[in-house]
Design a protein around this ligand. Structure first.
Ligand code: PRX
Length: 647
């Protein structure tokens, strides 16, 4: 079994990393035994306006979940990411921007970042944005995305970034939920040579919800877009009208920093709320230790700023550490499948942090496109977003890393703010496919269906026993939903929604979601969201969506669709429904397979038995378990006979 395959920590890593195996054990033990002492000391890694005297004040009591860290401290997150570096590194590169077209790139120093953020902050202020207001950001991967996010933090506005792949409907839902009146966007985005109509999507979203009074448009492609007089302004026009300097707002550690919407098993996406002090400290500390970041290293996280990975590990973690952070506008296979590695060579990248889905996609092209590049600058490889299968891990290690670079497989979630389970490259022996051991202060627990804590080598549902500083504080506007979602299933614990195995060495192996959330190419979505998009189509009467194993995407989307009486299944309708979901949610949510089924397996009380649908989608229909409680067992035979071919 692949459990037994172990890669030792290379000698040079043991010698020069911040943490070796002995130090990890010592620091970990201390962090658990004395969280107040441990985190109280760590607090000094960030600059406070008023130093906190209180450290941890948290309870997971399901009647009253309350999470506060460093509550009497004050600080500014933007100050920590920009201003505080000026005495030492004003002239150092903060951001390397690599455009979609390999001919486009630029660098921004900390001094330039400081100048640009202040102007952006003043533009927001001039449009009436104040501390506590929500600003929606719907941007391509350009430097202004980072600048606008930091500008919000500077003036104490709460940013809500929406991934540029989301549809107008998805934008509208998020705008409505957080009642934001200001949107920052670009005329168009550019990815893989294709244009993304960002401003047009914002217009369509604004047509659906009222309340937006300002749309700030950054010019990316320069194409002419609709500009609503009095509401829409080009950023570069506004920038000419504001002062150059903008002070940082003093924020309490527990003031909101951002909202990021994420999907769960039920209902609309939740506004995950992160606050300022604990989040920043945790992002900063994990970035330093997990990537063993040293001054001058060129660090590249390939995520989009629209996801939490971009927030914590393109922006807040690296910039609070004074790092050089690479921002990439493009995709792994444009213009060719060598692009990632060419970018590494061009900018002498030392640390790359990417997703298993990208690795699996590139693996399909064989070693050639990798081996024609040097990659000599690479020292460390990171993985995030979904379980990495051992084959992809080995390929990443041998082919990309030339057997030289440790891999940090980092497990975490939008809700956790930062990495919770991960190797530390100077400390942890690696097992391909395992996220290995907990970070400092993190106590994973594996529980059975009844919530009993299981010891030793075991498997079950993954919970975290106590709070850590980067944890989300609430669901924006709905604290009860926060409690119900994360603290009710196993009272007294944070429930992650993931299944997990722990081996005899205490290594954790995340096995994927145990709820109705699917992870498609690292994009997290609720099956219920795809179902509601499908049933919103006039010809669809009912829909059930499940995930199935997909070679590249990790999981693919399998939709069972029952049509309205009188409607006939056809290839055209199948295509129409795929297009429909793309339009309703976004291209990444398009079903891979649609099976038209006259009926769905339901219990006598009308509940859809998803377990059966999942098994059929996984081609495991020999083992459907108990079907005697079905209202009409004959439905199952029809589903099996008409299942969709995966190849
Ligand atoms: O199922 C886990 C999976 O991604 C989920 C969190 O998704 P999201 O909030 O979008 O955040 C993604 C980036 C942090 C988790 O519940 N996941 C994330 N990282 C890993 C993972 N599964 C296995 N191994 C990982 N390294």
């Amino acid at each position: 079994m692949s459990d037994e395959k172990i890669y030792d920590v290379p000698a040079d890593w043991k010698a020069k990393a911040y943490v070796d195996a002995a130090k990890y054990e010592e620091m970990y033990a201390r962090s658990i035994k004395d969280p107040n002492g441990f985190w109280g000391e760590q607090a000094s890694r960030i600059d406070w306006i008023k130093k906190p005297t209180k450290v941890k004040n948290t309870t997971y009591d399901p009647h009253n979940v309350s999470i506060k860290w460093f509550e009497d401290g004050t600080l500014n997150a933007c100050y920590n990411c920009v201003d505080r570096h000026l005495p030492k590194r004003a002239g150092q590169t903060a951001l390397i921007w690599e455009g979609d077209d390999p001919k486009d790139d630029k660098t921004i120093t900390y001094k330039q970042l400081h100048e640009q953020v202040q102007v952006f902050a003043n533009v927001l202020k001039a449009r009436g944005v104040k501390k506590g207001d929500r600003v929606t950001i719907y941007m391509p991967m350009i430097a202004e995305a980072v600048v606008s996010i930091l500008a919000c933090a500077r003036i104490g506005a709460v940013h809500s970034v929406i991934f540029g792949g989301f549809s107008p409907d998805s934008i509208a839902g998020r705008l409505e939920d957080c009642k934001s009146t200001v949107i920052v966007t670009a005329d168009e985005g550019l990815r893989g040579g294709r244009k993304v109509p960002l401003k047009a999507n914002v217009d369509a979203a604004c047509d659906k919800v009222g309340g937006v009074n300002t749309v700030i448009v950054v010019r990316r492609t320069g194409t002419a877009v609709n500009m609503e007089p009095g509401r829409d302004f080009y950023y570069d026009d506004l920038a000419l009208t504001v002062p150059a300097e903008c002070p940082c707002e003093e924020m309490s550690a527990e003031d909101p920093l951002f909202i990021l919407y994420t999907s769960g098993s039920t209902g609309k996406p939740k506004g995950v709320l992160h606050t300022t002090g604990g989040y920043l400290l945790y992002a900063s500390m994990t970035h330093q230790y997990v990537f063993d970041y040293h001054d001058g290293d060129v660090y590249w996280c390939t995520a989009d700023v629209g996801w939490v990975t971009g927030h914590s590990y393109i922006i807040y973690g690296p910039l609070s550490n004074g790092a050089i952070s690479l921002v990439f506008e493009g995709v792994p296979n444009y213009p060719t499948t060598s692009r990632f590695w060419e970018v590494c060579d061009k900018h002498k990248v030392n640390i790359i942090y990417t997703a298993p889905t990208a690795i699996r996609a590139l693996m399909q092209g064989g070693e050639g496109p990798v081996k024609k590049t040097s990659r000599q600058s690479l020292r460390l490889l990171g993985s995030v977003g979904e379980p990495i299968n051992p084959e992809a891990w080995e390929w990443y290690y041998h082919v990309v890393g030339d057997d030289r670079c440790p891999i940090v497989d980092t497990w975490w979630q939008t809700e956790t703010g930062g990495i919770l389970i991960t190797p530390l490259p100077g400390a942890t022996r690696l097992k391909p496919g395992s996220a290995t051991r907990p970070f400092f202060g993190v106590v994973p627990e594996i529980v059975d269906a009844e919530g009993k804590v299981l010891e030793g080598a075991t498997s079950g549902n993954l919970c975290i026993a106590d709070s850590w500083p980067g944890q989300m504080r609430t669901v924006y506007g709905d604290h009860q939903r926060f409690i119900d979602t994360y603290f009710k299933t196993y009272p007294g614990k944070y429930f992650t929604g993931d299944g997990c195995r722990r081996d005899a060495d205490g290594y954790y192996w995340i096995t994927g979601r145990v709820d109705d959330v699917i992870n498609v190419s690292g994009h997290r979505m609720g099956t219920a969201e795809v179902e509601s998009a499908l049933v919103a189509h006039a010809k669809v009467s009912e829909a059930a969506v499940v995930g199935y194993p997909h070679d590249i995407k990790g999981q693919g989307i399998y939709a069972y669709v029952t049509l309205m009486a009188g409607e006939k299944p056809s290839e055209e309708l199948r295509k129409e429904l795929v297009q429909w979901v793309r339009k309703e949610i976004g291209p990444f949510a398009a079903p891979d397979l649609i099976q038209f089924s006259p009926g769905l397996p339901k219990t006598r009380s009308g509940k859809i038995m998803r377990r059966i649908l999942r098994k059929i989608a996984e081609d495991e229909f020999g083992n459907l378990g108990d079907t005697t409680t079905l209202a009409d067992p004959a439905v199952v035979d029809d589903l099996i006979n008409n299942r969709q071919n995966k190849k």
